[in-house]
Design a protein around this ligand. Sequence first.
Ligand SMILES: [Mn+2]
Length: 191
Amino acid sequence: MNGLEKVVYHDIDALAVGDVGDLYDTELGDAPLAARDAVTRTVVSGFRTAWAYAKKMSGDPERANDYLHRVAKHLTYDFRSFNAGIMVLNLEKMRRDDFGHQYLPWVAAYGINDQQLLNCYAGNTRVELDPRWNSLPTQEPVADPLLIHWAGHRKPWKAGYVAWKGEWHEAEARLETRKSSTSAGLETIAA
Ligand SMILES: [Mn+2]
């Protein structure tokens, strides 16, 4: 073994309300990662999203062509896209696939983002994560979340309504209490 075998990736616009240790325990088998299905209609089909990215490269048709060929060569069939905000990554598998050399350069070569790269890499070989581990209150009705992820432009720390905002503020308040008790503790040590 060479370093960590797996890791939980967690966006900063998200709040764990369940035990992330349970998320870490997700069985990955030989899949490169676990993530949940995309919800937003425009990114549900992996191939459709790849075409949308290629369209953005229309000023450079050679680059767009190269990108689409790479995707089609790597993934035989269309696949359901996933949201890359919360993932369990199989680092052992990604090292074996030489992800850093074989796939990461696609970001610079084609101007795609992390989510698009990981979708092109994993295709339909990912493990499906319980959507409650990546509940998306800006995109779907949410009940019983384990991890709340405010994807998109509406954020709980900004003005204006967004569902489950109260949970964010409660967590913020808990953090403030912890901060003040920690500094009080440090003062006691200093004294
Ligand atoms: Mn996010």
